[in-house]
Design a protein around this ligand. Sequence first.
Ligand code: ADP
Ligand code: ADP
Length: 227
Amino acid sequence: MLTIEGLTKSYSQNGSPATCALGGVSFSVPKGAFVSLVGPSGCGKSTLLQCVCGLMRPTAGRVTLAGREISAPPPEMALIFQNAAASLFPWFTILGNIRFVLRRAPGSKAQKLETARSALAAVGLADFAEHYPWQLSGGMQQRAALARGLAYGAEILLLDEPFASVDAQTREDLEDLLAGVARQQGKTVLFVTHDIDEAVYLADTVVALTPPPAKVAAILPIDLPHP
Ligand code: ADP
Ligand code: ADP
């Protein structure tokens, strides 16, 4: 269980009053669940995600994974942001990007190459392994970032508006791809979006946040067929 308890975050600014982004947010994400976190822009979703993976320290409250408090990004987690282009290394091919995150993983070189290739195949990029990120469209770059998260075996995918900057058709394709891969591979997903339709379409639970300072407005089980 990934548990978020009473998470509070104030950004202190020299002189001026602090901005309170999170006002005490609590919810939990069971193993294998697909949870969408939805709320208006600026309500503190990115702040929350960064606290969840230990990239940012909350002012109060805590995040635990299987009972252990998180203080740095754990190896079980993969983070995927809106702008994959900024997180893929431009000097490596798509395959090279994935092999790079596997460099310290156990297994032989040949096994890891196979892992990298099958992650690319899972996101429909088998034929683009030798392309550089900048040779691919934005949607394909997002796929590559997803493949990288899958390849190193992250059990938990944290996604921050991952499809916000791709066109509508690509976005629908990527939503279905993510949902399919996550359910097939039993991944736990925390998916941040300001788009309520997208949140409901993908998740089995939607956590809705209030305007800032964010609190949990509702936790809604979604009882609809999923992609
Ligand atoms: P969302 O992801 O929902 O759009 P954010 O978590 O990015 O919201 O931001 C929540 C609030 O915190 C906003 O008012 C934003 O301006 C403020 N904020 C975010 N990051 C910082 C920062 N590094 N320093 C000061 N204020 C910040
Ligand atoms: P349970 O969820 O059955 O209570 P634990 O919390 O003891 O089991 O976790 C067992 C293993 O599952 C740990 O290795 C932990 O890293 C992993 N794990 C726990 N919660 C999650 C989650 N929400 N998503 C993915 N992996 C998780």
